[in-house]
Design a protein around this ligand. Structure first.
Ligand SMILES: [Zn+2]
Length: 172
């Protein structure tokens, strides 16, 4: 009985915390985009800003890239996602039946810095609206961060690992 009670408290304690972590990351990403918007063109690195904002803020967007209207589901990994061995979050592409999923892995929940989670959301949202190109996703997310805050997270290692130097995309 004592064990059950402890378990129950653990579950009650955990659920709001996880939801809070996800909501905080999403809300900060939304806020950064809103701050950046006045400085952004209609299209940046071939990412349609209106579609991007729709995906991030309203989880629904009209997509010239995929065609039609696409809705976004934000889901937690079910524990059998092999992609979670390599990523904190990933997007299942292409969309199926007008729906695309952003999967949040255990690593996403345990990362210490909220700033890194926010950047991850900004990055993954590029995949949601504009496909799998890693260099585009990194360049775009860094540009949003920079426009909103005047600085951007150092992604040099990831940038080099993906050979983004000759990609045509660039960091701020
Ligand atoms: Zn990516």
């Amino acid at each position: 009985m004592r064990f059950c009670l402890a378990l129950l408290l653990l579950v009650i304690g955990l659920v709001p915390a996880r939801a809070d972590v996800v909501d905080t990351a999403l809300n900060r990403a939304i806020a950064q985009l809103e701050d950046a918007l006045p400085q952004l063109p209609a299209e940046l690195f071939e990412v349609d800003i209106a579609a991007y904002r729709g995906a991030l803020t309203f989880r629904k967007f009209a997509s010239r890239y995929w065609g039609g209207t696409v809705s976004l589901q934000v889901v937690e990994a079910n524990g059998e996602e092999t992609s979670c061995n390599r990523f904190a979050a990933f997007v299942r592409l292409p969309p199926q039946a007008g729906s695309v999923s952003l999967v949040l892995c255990p690593q996403f929940m345990t990362e210490g810095a909220d700033a890194l989670r926010t950047l991850t959301i900004l990055h993954e949202m590029v995949h949601v609206v504009a496909g799998p190109d890693e260099c585009r996703a990194m360049a775009f997310a860094a540009r949003i961060e920079y426009a909103a805050t005047g600085r951007f997270t150092d992604v040099a290692r990831y940038w080099n690992a993906n050979s983004c130097e000759g990609s045509g995309f660039s960091l701020p």
